[in-house]
Design a protein around this ligand. Structure first.
Ligand SMILES: [Zn+2]
Length: 174
């Protein structure tokens, strides 16, 4: 899934994690992709090797636990840790639903991709050589439809966040 859909989860999670700043929740929602880009640049994964260190099920659970423990410690709150951990793991679940994405055939100019050829699933369960999964939603709908889904998710996430902020302000005023 793209960054907009992931950010929607970060926004929607804010009411559940009052102590955690919104920026941290957005970072948590995107951290697996940020790690994937960094690890790709460092030559640790990417290309033919795939993304087992950032988008494998096993390592996604490890990253989620690590982020959860760190947040529980930083914010001195069990709840903050649970929410941040779940937000990190939501990335893998959304990618499971949407991947494989035919991004290699995407044109920014026409906002179109070709999904005619069957693409193999790309999310490993463990490490290199393990079975790969991916339900392939984005490989069966158009790029415009995928964008519409993500904008819709973002709108819902933003609405939940705004509702929470308004309530918080009202509570402070009264
Ligand atoms: Zn991802």
């Amino acid at each position: 899934m793209g960054p907009l859909g992931h950010c929607a989860v970060g926004l929607a999670a804010k009411p559940a994690a009052r102590k955690v700043p919104l920026g941290i929740l957005l970072l948590a929602a995107l951290i697996l992709d940020i790690l994937a880009i960094s690890f790709g640049l460092a030559g640790i994964e990417g290309g033919k090797a795939g993304n087992p260190w950032t988008h494998g099920l096993f390592m996604s659970v490890i990253w989620s636990l690590a982020a959860g423990l760190l947040s529980a410690h930083l914010y001195a709150e069990y709840r903050a840790g649970v929410v941040v951990g779940l937000v990190v793991f939501s990335h893998w679940v959304l990618d499971l639903i949407s991947h494989p994405i035919p991004f290699s055939s995407f044109s920014w100019r026409t906002w179109h991709w070709d999904f005619g050829h069957p693409m193999p699933p790309g999310l490993p369960l463990l490490f290199g050589g393990s079975p790969k999964v991916g339900l392939g939603l984005y490989n069966s709908i158009s790029a415009a439809e995928a964008t519409a889904i993500e904008l819709g998710m973002l709108a819902v996430g933003a609405a939940l966040y705004v509702r929470y902020s308004v309530k918080k302000k009202e509570a402070r005023l009264s």
